[in-house]
Ligand binder design. Structure first.
Ligand SMILES: Nc1ncnc2c1ncn2[C@@H]1O[C@H](COP(=O)(O)OP(=O)(O)OP(=O)(O)O)[C@@H](O)[C@H]1O
Ligand SMILES: [Mg+2]
Length: 359
C-alpha cells in the first residue's frame, strides 16, 4: 500500500510541492532547517490527522497563511489508486477526503494509511510514562481489531462518567449498574491487547536479537489491574480507595509494557544508540506483524536516519528495512549515510529552503 504521489501546500517552510514517490526507499537529503522533517510530518498528518511535533495546528500552517493541505495517492489492495487528503485551518478544524468524498473521519485516514515513525525524540516509548507504550500497543490493536476504536471510545466515555459519579456516590450500589458494561468492555479491550502482545512478542524479541545481539530483551504485558481478579471485582473491591482518590485507580487505563534486560528496565541499561535500535526493533516488529496478520503494509518514516548510530548499526538497520519491502521515507543531512540503501527502485529528493527537487 505505497503512496505514489504526495502534494504538500503551505506546510511549515514548504510553499508547495508535488512529488512522485518510489514504492521502496525515498530519501530526503538537505541541510538543517531545509524542510526534511516537515515532509515526514506532512505524511504523518495525512495518516493521523495531527503532527508529531506539536498539538497546535497554527505552528504547522505556513506563516501568513490560513490553512494547509496534504494530498496523497496511494495504491490500495485492489491495485486501485485512491486519493486521500486533509486540509487544516488555523482554528484547528479539519476536512478529510478519501476517494474524492469529503466529510470523512480521521480514524478512517488512520485505517487507510498505517504509519510507523522513528524519530530522534521517539525514545519516550522506552524512557517516559506508560501512556507512550499504551499508544504503541493500541496502534497494533487498532489495526488488527476492527471493533477496537469504537469499544475504546465507549470505554473512555464510561470511565469518565464513573469517575464523575465516584465524587457523589454514597454507596457502591449507585455505580454497580454502570460498572457492568464498563467491566465487560475493560475485559474485552485487555484481552485484545494481551492477544496482540502475545503475537508481537516473538517477532519483537527476534528483531531485538538482530539489532542488539549483546542483550536478551524480555517483553511483558501488564493489563493495569491485578492479574487474578476479574475487572468487575476489582472495580467493586476498590470502590472506597477510588472514591478517596477521586478516580478509578486500577483499570486498562494503567496498562503498560515492561521491557527488561536481566530484570532491569531497558532505559537503565541501554546507551542512546542502543535505545534507538530498540525503538526501531519494536516499530519494525509492529510493521512486520501488521503485514502477517492483515492485508495491510505499513509505511516507515525515519527522521534523521544516521543520528546516534555508528556505521555498523546503520547497515544493520538498512538491511532490515530493505528486507521488509515496505515503503520507507528516510531523512538525512548527508547522502553519504544512505548510499548503501540506494537501488533502481529508490528515489532521492534534495530539500533546500522548503523546495524539494528529485535528484
Ligand atoms: N509555520 C511555519 N511557517 C514557515 N516556516 C516554518 C514554520 N514552522 C517552521 N518553519 C521553518 O521551516 C523549516 C523546517 O524545518 P525542518 O524541521 O523540516 O528542517 P529539517 O530539514 O528537518 O532540519 P534538521 O536537519 O535540522 O532536522 C525551519 O527552517 C523552520 O524555521
Ligand atoms: Mg529534521
Amino acid at each position: 500500500m505505497p503512496l505514489v504521489r504526495l502534494a504538500i501546500q503551505q506546510f511549515r517552510n514548504i510553499k508547495a510541492c508535488d512529488l512522485e514517490l518510489s514504492s521502496g526507499f525515498n530519501f530526503l537529503i538537505g541541510p538543517n532547517g531545509s524542510g526534511k522533517t516537515s515532509v515526514l510530518e506532512a505524511i504523518y498528518l495525512l495518516g493521523h490527522g495531527r503532527s508529531f511535533r506539536t498539538n497546535l495546528t497554527g505552528r504547522v500552517i505556513q506563516h501568513e497563511n490560513s490553512e494547509l493541505f496534504v494530498h496523497g495517492r496511494f495504491i490500495n489492495n485492489d491495485d486501485y489508486e485512491l486519493p486521500i487528503g486533509i486540509n487544516k485551518q488555523r482554528d484547528g478544524s479539519s476536512e478529510v477526503k478519501i476517494g474524492g468524498q469529503g466529510g470523512q473521519k480521521i480514524a478512517q485516514l488512520a485505517q487507510t494509511l498505517p504509519l510507523q515513525l522513528i524519530h530522534t525524540e521517539g525514545f519516550e516509548l522506552l524512557t517516559e510514562g506508560p501512556k507512550f507504550r499504551r499508544a504503541f500497543i493500541d496502534w497494533g490493536v487498532f489495526h488488527t481489531q476492527p471493533h477496537f476504536y469504537q469499544a475504546w471510545a465507549r470505554f473512555k466515555r464510561l470511565m469518565k462518567q464513573r469517575n464523575a459519579l465516584l465524587k457523589t456516590a454514597r454507596s457502591y450500589q449507585e455505580l454497580s449498574y454502570w460498572d457492568q458494561e464498563l467491566a465487560q468492555l475493560g475485559e474485552t479491550i485487555s484481552q485484545w491487547r494481551a492477544d496482540y502482545i502475545a503475537q508481537l512478542k516473538p517477532i519483537a524479541e527476534q528483531i531485538c536479537a538482530v539489532f542488539l545481539p549483546e542483550f536478551e530483551v524480555k517483553i511483558q504485558y501488564y493489563r493495569g489491574w491485578d492479574k487474578d481478579t476479574p475487572f468487575a471485582d476489582s472495580l467493586q473491591t476498590n470502590f472506597e480507595r477510588d472514591q478517596q482518590l477521586g478516580y478509578t485507580f486500577s483499570s486498562p487505563n494503567k496498562a503498560d509494557l515492561k521491557l527488561k534486560i536481566a530484570a532491569t528496565p531497558v532505559e537503565d541499561i541501554l546507551s542512546r544508540g542502543q535505545l534507538k535500535l530498540m525503538v526501531c526493533a519494536l516499530r519494525l516488529a509492529q510493521g512486520q506483524h501488521l503485514s502477517q496478520a492483515t492485508d495491510k503494509q505499513c509505511i516507515y518514516l525515519i527522521d534523521d536516519f544516521a543520528s546516534e548510530l555508528d556505521s555498523q548499526r546503520r547497515t544493520r538497520l538498512a538491511q532490515y528495512l530493505k528486507q521488509t519491502q515496505a515503503q520507507v521515507f528516510i531523512s538525512s543531512i548527508t547522502a553519504s549515510h544512505i548510499v548503501e540503501m540506494q537501488s533502481e527502485n529508490s528515489r532521492m529528493f534534495h530539500v533546500e529552503h522548503g523546495k524539494i527537487e528529485q535528484g
